[in-house]
Design a protein around this ligand. Structure first.
Ligand code: SF4
Length: 440
């Protein structure tokens, strides 16, 4: 009986790729093993968005050497965004020769063939494809993390080339799936009991299929699918978001009142050097339009601190835009130079001490705003889609509101009864990153 385990780093695109990889391995007869150190086959699905991702990856890779020594039949595979970079494959071949199979983000469907070749020839397998025109999503049978909600790719790759970002070099050029194919997949999911879908793409707003269907048209089509109760999407890009798409927050009753709209910086000068193709005025205009059609919408974002050349007054503009938008939550990062990206070569890198000092000020501001906003839910009754037992609080369940608020709550029901259901929860306590309550 062969067992497999997948170690997944990074974004939801990677999580969904891991679901597809699990599906292929189970189709080959492998059985899932939670503990990678006790498994016969391990797949490391890597992320390359920040420097420490590289360090962590090579650290874990090194630890598998002794497993391979004690069990020569053990198979180690590496995929994801790191091996899409030739320097990483060279490093693996030079220093980590016990890695059996290396493949990339564009050819995960090739894994069964690579495994077969490995077993037949005993030779190490290396297969990286740039810009694969066809990703064969419809042939995949993902092993989903949840029964009641599903990740659905709508686009692959990115054409934006933000100067700090490695993704366009690791996930290739942008490709949109046909609207009809996405709708078909979601209809199948709904018939399997899925009630919430997360539409995934590096930049969903630039979705346009081969016959010209836009992202707004896709949302409207998914909104018609029976059985689906909640529609979410990520990631939006202020440069491409359309009025037609914003209007969907008024007209599509299943579209969750929540948007993840990365701003990255509040300074026009820095946004220009990031190659983001919008300025703060345009960004604030979008936020105003969103709140005009949907006053209760919750907004989350990404902010990078310490981008090369960022001055104190640039940073003040970032703090200012955060105060004006009052985000419900934010992913905040210190700029991390990625080899192969233009910004990594910019000479005016910001001193580390200054980066950390600014990062701390930003986090303090963002956490303060998140807590204030969460306090507005005190005593309210919210509809929560239950994911299951809470990871943080014992004897409680956790789930998400329509606005993507994390709610931990008590209930007399069993997990079998309540998981995947939408229940009413009265909020009895508010925290910075979550709400607490009891089912009513
Ligand atoms: S939009 Fe920019 S930050 Fe996002 S994936 Fe594309 S290049 Fe990277």
């Amino acid at each position: 009986m062969s067992t497999y385990s997948i170690i997944t780093y990074g974004c939801q695109m990677n999580e969904h790729d891991s679901e597809n990889i699990a599906g292929m391995l189970e189709a080959l007869g492998y059985i899932h093993e939670e503990d990678p150190w006790a498994s016969n086959l391990v797949v490391m699905n890597t992320c390359s968005v920040r420097e420490n991702a590289d360090k962590r990856f090579f650290g874990v890779l090194g630890q598998f050497k002794k497993i391979k020594k004690s069990n020569p039949d053990f198979v180690l595979c590496v995929c994801g965004c790191m091996p899409q970079q030739p320097r990483i494959v060279e490093e693996i071949n030079k220093r980590f020769s016990w890695v059996d199979i290396v493949f990339g983000t564009q050819n995960i469907a090739q894994l069964p063939e690579l495994l077969e070749n490995l077993h037949k020839t005993g030779k190490k397998q290396r297969a990286i494809i740039d810009n694969n025109p066809r990703i064969a999503e419809e042939e995949m049978k993902p092993v989903r993390m949840h029964n009641h909600k599903a990740l659905v790719n709508i686009t692959y790759g990115c054409n934006n080339f933000c100067t700090y970002c490695i993704v366009p070099y690791t996930r290739g050029r942008e490709k949109s799936r046909m609207l009809s194919e996405v709708v078909c997949e979601i209809e199948r999911l709904a018939s399997d009991g899925v009630r919430e879908v997360m539409l995934l793409g590096q930049n969903v707003d630039s979705y346009k299929d081969a016959i010209g269907n836009s992202f707004a048209e896709l949302i409207k089509a998914v909104n018609e699918i029976e059985g689906i109760e909640r529609i979410r999407f990520m990631t939006s890009h202020p440069k491409d978001i359309s009025d037609e798409m914003i209007e969907c927050f008024r007209t599509c009753d299943k579209l969750c009142r929540n948007i993840y709209l990365p701003v990255q910086s509040g300074s026009d000068r820095v946004l220009k050097r990031m190659n983001r193709h919008y300025d703060r005025a345009r960004y604030l205009e979008i936020v105003d339009k969103l709140r005009a059609v949907c006053p209760e919408i919750t907004i989350s974002t990404d902010i990078i601190v310490g981008f090369p050349g960022e001055t104190e007054s640039d940073f003040e503009e970032t703090l200012d835009i955060a105060r004006r938008v009052r985000y419900d939550s934010a992913f905040t990062f210190i700029y991390s130079p990625r080899e192969g990206t233009p910004a990594a070569k910019f000479e005016d890198q910001v001193d580390d001490v200054i980066c950390h000092e600014r990062f701390d000020r930003l986090v303090e501001l963002m956490d303060g705003i998140s807590l204030e906003k969460n306090k507005e839910y005190m005593g309210k009754v919210l509809e929560v889609m239950v994911d299951g037992l809470s990871k943080t609080s014992p004897n409680t369940y956790s789930g998400r509101t329509d606005g993507f608020k994390l709610v931990n709550f008590t209930s007399d029901k069993s997990e079998e009864e309540i998981a995947g259901q939408i229940v009413k929860v009265k909020i009895t306590e508010t925290k910075t990153f979550s709400l607490e309550g009891m089912e009513i």
